[in-house]
Design a protein around this ligand. Structure first.
Ligand SMILES: [Zn+2]
Length: 365
């Protein structure tokens, strides 16, 4: 597993760099082909190609399918390996993208090996989908993910687990981004202040209003994370804008927040508001993961370890599949730490354990 992880990590695969991402995709396809699975590279014009792998277990009467989902892209630009090489130290494997989520892909590969070698009686087709743009919002993969999920009885997401105990992610917040632009009217701040409409003042008033929608107890948050506006001193600002981060645990809260946002009215009667965006990823609600988690927990127990669960404030592609009502279990990937950081790593001796867990889930579901 380590050797495969080393090779996979050394195929750098930034979301924004198609040529190296494609090479990584090709490398992955070959790994599955060697195991007798059907690997289909799905051409993508702007981002790395996506990879869809189908494994048909030898059983005669196959019913429907199971989906194993993940992404091979990383947030690291080409050349990161120079300052952050793949290395093993103190029972951990370090390197860009190891934790998020190349070790998860390796675990899935070895889960398949286990099923084949043990001739496990898997009753369903198993589709592995490895996408190239999760880290930048899954724009080119979302439809594909949803299409595959619709045909599946369950979705297993190989995103990293949470914390040193490797908790699975049984709920995730829905996440969105909105842009609030204010159009005012420029005027000389000294000579004709009465003719101006200050877009920055209007934007500030709107942000003060929006801030009150935060409800930490319910997990509803809205934050202005980037603001800009104005052109120079002595000119009343005719333009200002804010980028807003939106999050919610519940679909209903997500809809309410979007509705309120799009219903904003200017406080200054001559200002104009323009509101774009909303939630990109709906929440992954626990009701869609509880059944699978209970099963995973009992499998883990029989394998000799205990499995916990957690709620995550960030989204993943599992949010899309759960929102369709398909049972989804997320955080089944690596145990480790340092996602998107210089010390990103996985705990090596948990890898076979987690692979075994996935294999058993695929055999039982
Ligand atoms: Zn990830």
């Amino acid at each position: 597993m380590l050797e495969t992880l080393r090779e996979l990590t050394q195929h750098e695969s930034p979301s924004l760099d198609k040529a190296p991402a494609d090479q990584c995709c090709r490398f992955l396809a070959d790994l599955w082909l060697k195991r007798g699975a059907i690997a289909e590279i799905l051409q993508n014009e702007i981002r790395g190609n996506h990879l869809r792998v189908v494994w048909n277990p030898p059983s005669l009467r196959l019913k429907s399918q199971l989906l194993v989902l993940g992404h091979y892209d990383t947030v690291y630009p080409i050349g990161t390996l120079g300052k952050m090489p793949f290395r093993i130290s103190g029972g951990k494997a370090y390197g860009p993208g190891t934790f998020d989520m190349k070790a998860g892909i390796v675990q899935a590969l070895f889960a398949l090996d286990a099923l084949r070698e043990l001739r496990a009686q898997v009753q369903k087709h198993v589709v592995f989908l490895w996408t190239s743009d999760e880290e930048i919002g899954s724009t080119t993969s979302r439809r594909l993910i949803e299409e595959q999920a619709q045909r599946s009885d369950a979705v297993f997401v190989l995103e990293p687990s949470l914390g040193p105990r490797g908790l699975l992610k049984t709920s995730r917040k829905g996440v969105g981004e909105a842009h609030l632009t204010v159009h005012g009217r420029a005027s000389h701040a000294g000579l004709a202040p009465e003719k101006g409409v200050n877009a920055i003042h209007e934007l500030v008033a709107q942000i003060v209003r929006i801030e009150k929608w935060n409800n930490l107890r319910r997990g509803v948050t809205i934050n202005a994370d980037i603001v800009s506006g104005g052109s120079r001193t002595n000119v009343i600002a005719d333009h200002a804008e804010a980028t807003l981060d939106l999050r919610a645990w519940r679909q209903a809260d997500m809809r309410t927040l979007e509705k309120r946002l799009h219903a904003l009215k200017p406080q200054h009667r001559r200002a104009n508001l323009e509101i774009r965006g909303g939630f990109d990823r709906p929440p992954l609600e626990r009701k869609h993961s509880a059944g699978l988690f209970a099963r995973a927990k009992s499998i883990a127990k029989s394998l000799g370890f205990s499995l916990g669960e957690a709620a995550a404030g960030g989204g993943s592609d599992g949010n899309f599949t759960a929102a369709l009502g398909i049972p989804t279990l997320d955080g089944l990937g690596a145990v480790g730490d340092g996602a998107h950081a210089i010390d990103e790593h996985v705990v090596i001796d948990t890898m076979p354990q987690r692979a075994a867990l996935l294999a058993a889930l695929l055999a039982e579901c």
